[in-house]
Design a binder for this molecule. Structure first.
Ligand code: SF4
Ligand code: SF4
Length: 115
């Protein structure tokens, strides 16, 4: 069973702790990232509503913290997310969680990592 990340961006504060935690965990140099918090907005939906989402997005370098998870630890970003909006686990379980509410994104690493 493959694992992934589920991120409830409705309650993401945009604090960027996940970016820093990932960078430190992997020893990435400045300007190299395993996850970025992307700014989607602001733009006007209508006269009363603004669209402005902070969407944490793992990059090509995300390996789901393989070393940590093999030791039974959570990925560093999940562990350090103060708003507890990130989940790690088997894809089928994450899909069930995803079905419960909107404003969530799921991530599964690509072929760069999963060789
Ligand atoms: S799971 Fe690990 S490698 Fe992937 S974004 Fe989170 S901290 Fe970085
Ligand atoms: S640490 Fe959590 S709340 Fe902060 S930007 Fe990352 S996902 Fe959002």
């Amino acid at each position: 069973m493959r694992n992934g990340l589920l991120i409830d961006y409705e309650f993401c504060t945009g604090c960027q702790s996940c970016e820093v935690a990932c960078q430190k965990e992997h020893g990435f140099e400045a300007g190299t990232w395993g996850i970025r918090v992307l700014d989607e907005g602001p733009w006007e939906v209508d006269a009363k509503t603004m669209n402005w989402n902070k969407i944490p997005t793992p990059t090509t370098l995300c390996d789901l913290c393989a070393e940590r998870t093999q030791q039974g630890k959570l990925p560093s970003c999940v562990h350090h997310c103060l708003a507890a909006v990130m989940k790690y686990g088997p894809i089928d379980e994450l899909v069930k969680e995803m079905d419960k509410k909107p404003n969530q994104v799921m991530f599964v690493p690509g072929p760069y990592i999963c060789k």
